[in-house]
Design a protein around this ligand. Structure first.
Ligand code: PSV
Ligand code: MN
Length: 387
């Protein structure tokens, strides 16, 4: 694609940031608290708005419920609008309460399943009030020991819960079903892979789609192949971007494997799903344990932009011709030409065309936001896992 065409697409890109990345997080060993960290959903939304103002391509923020519980959802949506952003995906949290020790919607106890399904339905209502377009589901359900529970019965319980939730969804809401091969369950996970997610989506109907979290695969998995298959099936609902060296590390997207991210974006570009009209939600799902959070999110958005720009610059016509001619090395070289292009000047132009500083990281440092929130956000407790 020509640079001018790529620039037009990049200017319309939409990358969603997650509210939980603005709060404190850590490992099971230690949470290192930062100064100036958002204390509630309002402050997280304000931080997300800073990322959007500096990058121009992060206009929505995902919420996690009840981490982001507020008294008045329309007031939070209004706060977002006042800040120049909107509420993105609504993520029901079904993994932090004592009742969920043996799972949520797959729990053997019908009373626990009822509580979990009621929470899913309450989140549909929150999505309606906040005008969110995605209900994003991830279940920590699974077992730790062979024999612990009936795997098939748990699938039936899962299907029933999804069906009851799907039935109350408005037509403009998409249900995203995320999979993860292990953790926190270690023997079996009820939604371990894209095939299981897709099977449930197909049973539910067209408003159910698969969410690919890049950290949720075994090492060496060819994620772009999964992306291609889901795109072909019309069921690629979105991404949780992050990067990993070992497990579900939730590091900044593009930090560990920028080439893998490029290969994913190449499939997205080839399937013509890169713009918001493609209906794929490009979301980040990360934790910033030791690095400052807002600039880490700015850097992450930029990393996605860079991978996208490289994918857009691949010469599609030349690639098709090389493939048709069986030119193995030629086709590979054409793809690598895209990857090896330094797209930073092109993205600087995109930002200038949007009226932004070409260097969002420097603009953030100069903005004084970090110092301002340290001075302002005194008292109360910083948001973090569990609140
Ligand atoms: C689970 O590991 C997950 O990827 C899900 O998307 C959760 O909602 C999120 O992380 C919570 O951090
Ligand atoms: Mn995720």
């Amino acid at each position: 694609m020509q640079p001018a065409q790529a620039r037009a697409i990049l200017a319309r890109q939409h990358i969603e940031t997650p509210s939980w990345a603005y709060g404190n997080s850590g490992t099971r060993f230690k949470i290192f608290a930062d100064e100036g960290v958002a204390r509630d959903a309002y402050e997280k939304v304000s931080d997300a708005a800073v990322v959007h103002r500096l990058t121009g391509v992060a206009p929505t923020v995902a919420l996690h419920i009840p981490w982001d519980q507020v008294d008045d959802w329309s007031d939070l949506a209004k706060h977002a609008a006042d800040e120049g952003v909107a509420i993105g995906a609504i993520n029901p949290n079904l993994f932090q309460e004592n009742e969920y020790r043996l799972g949520s919607v797959c729990n053997p106890d019908p009373a626990v399943r009822r509580k979990a399904i009621d929470h899913l339905k309450a989140c549909v209502e929150i999505a309606e009030i906040t005008k969110s377009k995605q209900l994003s589901l991830w279940f920590a359900d699974g077992t730790n020991y062979p024999g612990q529970d009936d795997i098939r019965a748990r699938q039936d319980r899962l299907a029933a819960a999804l069906e009851e939730t799907y039935a109350v969804m408005p037509e403009d809401l998409t249900m995203l079903i995320e999979y993860k091969f292990y953790e926190p369950a270690f023997y079996h996970t009820d939604l371990p892979d894209w095939g299981t997610s897709l099977t449930h989506c197909l049973a539910l109907g067209p408003q159910a789609k698969v969410l690919v979290d890049t950290g949720h695969h075994a090492p060496g998995t060819n994620i772009e192949m999964i992306v291609a298959l889901l795109a072909r099936a019309g069921r690629l609902g979105g991404f949780h971007f992050n990067s990993r060296f070992y497990g579900d590390d939730d590091l900044m997207v593009g930090a560990a494997d920028p080439f893998g991210l490029f290969r994913i974006m190449h499939e997205i570009v080839s399937a013509d799903l890169v713009t918001p009209d493609g209906g794929v939600a490009f979301m980040l799902d990360q934790c910033h344990n030791i690095e400052p959070k807002v600039p880490a999110l700015i850097r992450s958005v930029m990393n996605v932009q860079e991978a996208t720009a490289k994918a857009l610059l691949v010469d599609g016509e030349a690639l098709a011709a090389a493939r048709a001619a069986g030119d193995v090395l030629g086709a590979n070289a054409i793809l690598m030409d895209g990857y090896n292009t330094d797209v930073r000047p092109l993205l600087a132009e995109v930002r200038e065309e949007l009226g932004l500083d070409p260097n969002p990281i420097a603009a953030y440092a100069a903005s004084g936001h970090a110092e301002k929130v340290v001075a302002e956000r005194v008292g109360g407790s910083a948001a973090g896992w569990g609140n």
